[in-house]
Design a binder for this molecule. Structure first.
Ligand code: NAP
Length: 286
């Protein structure tokens, strides 16, 4: 049995078209990204994000700062962007150079403009089950599962990875969809014991092939978040022959990746709605 592909390119195309229409109705929207230094992977991701924003009619600006920028200068820029009424969304591209405290920089963002959903205010609301801005990759994963009507209520979901960007937020979203969730990490013994129970398996470890076909439950849905650059090109965290056992599987590339960018656009639209009073943003955000 070959699994049905959870095709992120097709769904992301539809999301982008919808966002484009809503942007036209809403008027001028503006996203500012900030990059410090020249991490090559970050530069590629940012270029894709800017191409996508322009395609849907969101104005975007790429602020590039030199590697040696001090944390104080970075905080000044963030507070300037926070105060700028013409800016709807701010995205600080991670990782920041080692001399900057990422948590301090992210905490300086106005949560309503935090389109990545990394600010503790937004992370806290997700934890409380009242999502505001939610990180784009987990949103993209949930959209792919929803698109294919994969049953989450009463399902056993296993997430490999507990990062603030993917593992933890997707585990919360699965929990809110009434799945029974297990989170695995680098101190989990006998990974296969957990994965073999998973009706829905989300793999975000950044370890190529960490999930082999024999670790996958027959008939399950497998979401491979991994993006690993190898000599053989970009590969995920799941051996592609897991498709022989799973009922649904995301390809790499072309699965979660395109969804992440589409959801960033949606988050920017959401930020603009919050800022125009079209959606209520929770009080007490500072
Ligand atoms: P991360 O911050 O490095 O987190 C990796 C997580 O995997 C950690 O929680 C780690 O456990 C766990 N882990 C590592 N080795 C493990 C092992 N052998 N067994 C079990 N768990 C293990 O990475 P991330 O930012 O979440 O990203 C994960 C992957 O997704 C990367 O390949 C990244 O490039 C990709 N990604 C893709 C997208 C997309 O749009 N498709 C977006 C974001 C990330 P500990 O906590 O114990 O260290």
């Amino acid at each position: 049995m070959a699994a049905t592909l959870l095709d992120g390119r097709v769904l992301a195309g539809r999301v982008r078209a919808d966002v484009g229409e809503e942007v036209r109705e809403l008027g001028r929207l503006r996203l500012v990204t900030v990059q410090v230094g020249e991490d090559p992977a970050s530069t590629i991701y940012l270029r894709r994000k800017h191409e996508a924003t322009q395609e849907v009619g969101i104005e975007s600006e790429d602020r590039k700062l030199p590697e040696e920028t001090s944390e104080e200068e970075m905080l000044e820029l963030v507070s300037e962007l926070d105060a700028d009424e013409g800016v709807d969304g701010i995205l600080v591209q991670l990782p920041l150079p080692g001399h900057m405290d990422e948590a301090r920089v992210i905490a300086a963002l106005d949560p309503v403009k935090d389109v990545d959903g990394f600010h503790p205010f937004n992370a806290g609301h997700l934890y409380l089950g009242r999502p505001t801005h939610v990180p784009a990759t987990p949103l993209g994963i949930m959209a792919l599962l929803g698109e294919h009507r994969i049953e989450l209520d009463r399902a056993r979901a296993v997430v490999i990875g507990r990062s603030d960007i993917v593992g933890k937020p997707v585990a919360h979203l699965l929990l809110q969809s009434n799945a029974t969730v297990t989170i695995c990490h680098s101190h989990t013994d006998e990974l296969a014991r957990h994965t073999l129970e998973a009706d829905v398996l989300v793999v975000a470890a950044g370890v190529p092939g960490i999930v082999s076909p024999d670790m996958v439950k027959v008939g399950s849905a497998v979401v491979d978040v991994g993006i690993n650059r190898t000599e053989a090109g970009i590969v995920g965290d799941v051996d592609p022959s897991a498709a022989d056992r799973a009922a649904f599987i995301t390809p790499v590339p072309g699965g979660v990746g395109p969804m992440t960018i589409a959801m960033l656009l949606r988050n920017t639209l959401r930020a603009a709605r919050y800022r125009r009073g079209l959606l209520a943003f929770p009080q007490g955000r500072r």
